[in-house]
Write a protein that binds this ligand. Structure first.
Ligand SMILES: Cc1cc2nc3c(=O)[nH]c(=O)nc-3n(C[C@H](O)[C@H](O)[C@H](O)COP(=O)(O)OP(=O)(O)OC[C@H]3O[C@@H](n4cnc5c(N)ncnc54)[C@H](O)[C@@H]3O)c2cc1C
Length: 465
């Protein structure tokens, strides 16, 4: 059990300025920011290597007015980005937190690039749902695995200690409520005590904790969890014991396009550029352009909890730009046919229904008009033979609720005061998606990991020793 222990005379075997719990994007960004300002920094990661959900992700980070956007002559602004986030969460997230993240992600990406040699480019061949501009930044490999590798390399070039196979099991505080350090456990059961002048919680949310998911997100309790299993919700568990303010625990990122039964993410770019989803009856059931997060719930409500992504050769080429899609193709998740009837037959669904559905979207596309779900069809994106399909299901990717923080990423208590020396960032902190699955705008995950990681790390120098 992850407990907060009270011990006024706590003394660790090691003594540092900053202990960071978790070695994903949030933790490593925080480590870079803290260490370059002179703080002695230790990153404790429970797994035997740095990974987290960050390494499983597509690695796409939204930001406006960055140097990368300017190089690609993309005329974006932070105000519109804030509006996009607030529109998607239906104004249910804290606007000051949204502005804080949007402001700082620009600094953070430019700084990661210029100071730490992490190259970014902007994906500019399709818009992600509800983003009004091209602002998804990625490293050249366009994978979360490569992003973690770049961050790990940058961390290795500074004086930062990284200790894998070190699970933090307890926080230690004084009787006056000041955080004094933590207790970690090695896989062999041995215990390590760490005295730290500050602790940054970068241990993500509770997606891997079935009890917390059943409690807070019951609609996803039986869904596939596609994130990192190390995310067991300690930030919330410790936060509750510290009387921390915790918000939006029902918020999360889902995804409605995980190849089934292969378990491989199939990029939503296919839907944004003309693809559709149909159920086993060959019928569409939603506006695919609203967002892939809420589509998890829509797909799981269909017969047998599955849907088929229907697309064409042009979209197949677009998909091949993504490593996951190439993996899905290698795993034979893609089914193709020269005619819609042939495709329906291979999928085992009604030829008549699928033909009717395609005819309907053909007419909508020809007229550049809006369907009954509110999706706009465009003639330039009309599906052409050969046709392709992938059977998909909905999944839980990561949770969005967590510890409420102030502008320095300090954890706030229910009475409004800050917990001395305790910070939170990334999925450990309450995010910018509000309390509902539909509030997740693409990229909100890495947005809060990197921007809040940067803020938390930079705040450490403000501690008075
Ligand atoms: C398949 C998939 C695709 C995604 N794609 C995108 C995307 O393209 N863009 C985007 O913005 N978001 C995306 N996300 C979400 C994104 O991955 C997360 O929001 C982000 O990685 C969170 O970063 P983090 O550093 O907070 O957590 P993580 O990267 O999960 O790191 C947390 C680390 O803390 C460690 N840890 C936990 N508890 C302890 C403990 N007690 N002691 C020591 N270590 C501990 C964990 O093992 C883990 O390594 C995706 C998620 C998934 C699952």
């Amino acid at each position: 059990m992850a407990d907060v222990i009270v011990n006024d005379s706590f003394s660790g075997e090691i003594e540092i300025d900053c202990l960071i719990i978790g070695g994903g994007a949030a933790g490593l960004t925080a480590a870079l920011a803290a260490a370059e300002d002179g703080a002695s920094t230790l990153v404790a990661e429970r797994e035997n290597q740095l990974s987290g959900s960050t390494a499983l992700s597509s690695g796409l980070i939204p930001a406006a007015e960055t140097k990368a956007q300017k190089r690609q002559l993309i005329d974006d602004n932070k105000r519109t980005f804030v509006e996009d986030i607030m529109n998607k969460n239906n104004s249910s997230a804290d606007p000051s937190l949204v502005k804080l993240c949007v402001e700082n992600i620009t600094f953070a990406l430019d700084w990661l690039e210029e100071t730490h040699g992490i190259p970014f480019q902007v994906l500019d061949d399709f818009l992600y749902p509800s983003h009004t501009n091209f602002r998804m930044h990625a490293v050249p490999e366009v994978t979360g695995g490569a992003l973690i590798n770049y961050l790990e390399k940058a961390v290795s070039e500074l004086d930062i200690y990284v200790s894998c196979d070190l699970q933090i099991i307890n926080l230690v505080k004084s009787s006056k409520g000041k955080i004094l350090g933590a207790i970690g456990q090695r896989p062999d059961g041995s215990i390590e005590k760490i005295s730290s002048r500050s602790i940054i919680l970068a241990c993500n949310g509770y997606g891997g904790n079935t009890k917390l998911i059943s409690e807070n997100i019951p609609e996803m309790k039986n869904a596939i969890y596609f994130g990192h299993t190390g995310n067991q919700g300690e930030a919330v568990i410790w936060g509750r014991q510290l009387d921390a303010k915790i918000d939006h625990l029902s918020g999360y990122q889902g995804h409605g396009s995980v190849a089934h039964p292969h378990g491989i993410l199939v990029t939503w770019a296919l839907m944004m550029e003309g693809g559709i989803q149909v159920n086993k009856n060959g019928k569409r059931f939603s506006n695919e352009h609203k967002g892939y997060s809420e589509q998890a719930v829509n797909v799981l409500s269909q017969p047998e909890k599955i849907a088929f992504n229907i697309f064409d050769g042009r979209l197949c080429e677009l998909g091949r730009k993504f490593e996951d899609f190439r993996k899905a193709e290698e795993a034979n998740a893609l089914i193709s046919a020269n005619t819609i009837k042939g495709l329906a037959k291979k999928l085992g669904i009604s030829e008549v229904s699928l033909s009717e559905t395609i005819l309907e979207i053909d007419v909508l596309s020809e007229q550049n008009s809006v369907d009954r779900f509110g999706r706009n069809f465009d003639d330039k994106n009309r599906l052409q033979p050969p046709y392709y399909a992938v059977k998909v299901t909905g999944a839980l990717f990561h949770t969005q609720g967590g510890l409420v923080i102030d502008k320095q990423a300090r954890v706030i208590q229910n009475n409004g005061s800050v917990i001395q020396n305790l910070y939170a960032c990334g999925g450990a902190a309450c995010g910018v998606s509000g309390p509902d699955v539909s509030g997740y705008l693409s990229g909100n995950g890495l947005l809060t990991a990197i921007s809040l990681g940067y803020i938390a790390g930079k705040s450490i120098k403000r501690i008075e020793f």
